[in-house]
Design a binder for this molecule. Structure first.
Ligand SMILES: Cc1cc2nc3c(=O)[nH]c(=O)nc-3n(C[C@H](O)[C@H](O)[C@H](O)COP(=O)(O)O)c2cc1C
Length: 149
């Protein structure tokens, strides 16, 4: 059975709230889901097995940077360039379309994992906080993701 690790990049808490909602939905369906509010790179990489899914819930801040809680993780991911062929992943990018760097951190996370050889299970979801209902959009997307597992 797949273990789902939710990696949360948040500064002001919106994405943390969203990840909590998703984890509850996953657990209600019998999945093992852990939410990592400040993901530890080494611990998460070491824990990867054939049945691990990383679900990145990644808000952009600054000028397209990762939100605070994943700055250290992103630095490690970029510097260490791991090989992650056994990993499956999916990404929710959270941002606001009034920024030129819309969803840049989530896009970077998606590209970085693809370059590391990890397998994307579904197209990235982008949530525009100035337009979308985050929970509604994410719940619909989550159902599509679960259909692919
Ligand atoms: C100072 C600041 C910078 C931001 N920069 C970006 C950005 O570069 N790209 C983007 O898509 N959204 C940007 N946003 C929008 C945030 O991603 C959005 O508010 C999101 O809900 C924050 O999530 P969080 O509460 O989990 O930190 C920025 C927001 C703030 C307050």
């Amino acid at each position: 059975m797949t273990t789902i690790q939710l990696l949360v990049a948040t500064t002001s808490g919106n994405t943390e709230y969203l990840a909590d909602q998703l984890a509850e939905q996953l657990q209600a369906q019998g999945y093992t889901a852990h939410v990592h509010y400040e993901p530890d790179y080494s611990d998460l990489v070491e824990a990867i097995t054939d049945d691990t899914l990383w679900l990145g819930c990644i808000a952009s801040h600054g000028a397209g940077d990762y939100a605070d809680s994943m700055l250290a993780f992103a630095d490690d991911l970029h510097a260490k360039k791991p090989r992650l062929e056994t990993l499956h992943y999916a990404v929710i990018a959270v941002g606001d379309s009034c920024y030129d760097t819309y969803c840049a951190a989530g896009r970077d996370f998606d590209e970085s994992l693809a370059k590391a050889g990890a397998k994307r299970l579904i197209e990235r979801l982008e949530i525009d906080m100035s337009q979308d209902d985050p929970e509604d959009k994410a719940s619909t997307w989550l159902r599509s993701l679960l259909n692919r597992m």
